[in-house]
Design a protein around this ligand. Structure first.
Ligand SMILES: [Zn+2]
Ligand SMILES: [Zn+2]
Length: 244
């Protein structure tokens, strides 16, 4: 039994069946859930009109400010919900609460943003720096990708994209410094990977989208390795404070 399954089974035994967000008791049929149906309904979906490429709600005039510099293969990025208080608690649970099982609830909310692809597709989680992986014990993007893989019935590839270097946490950075912070942060470990060809679409998975810097930089590494089709999906999208 993989360690993550053992951990999940132990959690189910130890945790009271209450919602992570509102602490209401979970219905017996939702006992495997972490977030109750009501709190999941309260997550606010990101809706069109949006930039067709980056999924950012359209500015009132002029071209999109977020995605013009993105690598060409990255043609579609979508986020399921806005990062308001409820969604933030869920992301926090996934990231710091030691509750990787919440990934199933987040993945369920991402159903409507599944990218449409002509050919086969594979999920690529944003890799965590080794130091943070040791501290946390798991990669939250990998948990999310695995949950999506179960729901969308497509594979996850963990041996394609890797961290090339450690990066300081993005949380307190402005849009410009975020980009510099993740520059050359990623590399492709397995350039012989059979999914790197003209037919496969690589779907990058991350928990939160803020400026897209992480997805763009990961795409840059994939593009250099020869990947032609890239999409990105995230559970939540943060409003950028100075982006009006
Ligand atoms: Zn709840
Ligand atoms: Zn855009």
């Amino acid at each position: 039994m993989p360690l993550s399954s053992v951990r999940s089974a132990v959690e189910q035994l130890l945790l009271p069946a209450e919602c992570l967000i509102c602490h209401g008791l979970l219905n017996p049929r939702d006992a495997a859930r972490i977030v109750c149906p009501l709190c999941r309904q309260r997550w606010r979906a990101v809706r069109p009109p949006w930039c067709r490429r980056c999924g950012q709600p359209e500015p009132h005039f002029g071209p999109c400010r977020l995605c013009p510099e993105w690598p060409a293969p990255l043609t579609s990025v979508r986020s399921a919900v806005w990062l308001d208080d409820g969604a933030r608690q869920a992301v926090h649970g996934l990231k710091y609460g030691g509750l990787p099982r919440i990934a199933d609830d987040l993945a369920a909310a991402m159903g409507p943003i599944r990218p449409e692809t002509d050919g086969p597709s594979v999920l690529i989680p944003i890799p965590l720096a080794p130091k943070r992986l040791r501290e946390r014990g798991y990669n939250q993007s990998e948990m999310l990708a695995r949950a999506l893989a179960r729901q969308w019935r497509i594979p996850v590839a963990l041996d394609v994209l890797v961290r090339a270097r450690e990066t300081p946490t993005q949380t307190a950075l402005t849009p410009e410094t975020r980009l510099a912070n993740v520059r050359a942060a990623f590399a492709v470990a397995n350039v012989q990977c059979p999914m790197i060809n003209d037919h496969w679409t690589l779907i990058i998975v991350d928990d939160v989208f803020t400026t897209g810097a992480t997805l763009a930089e990961a795409s840059r590494a994939l593009e250099q390795a020869g990947v032609k089709r890239i999409a990105g999906v995230t559970f939540a999208r943060a409003a950028i404070p100075d982006f009006t």
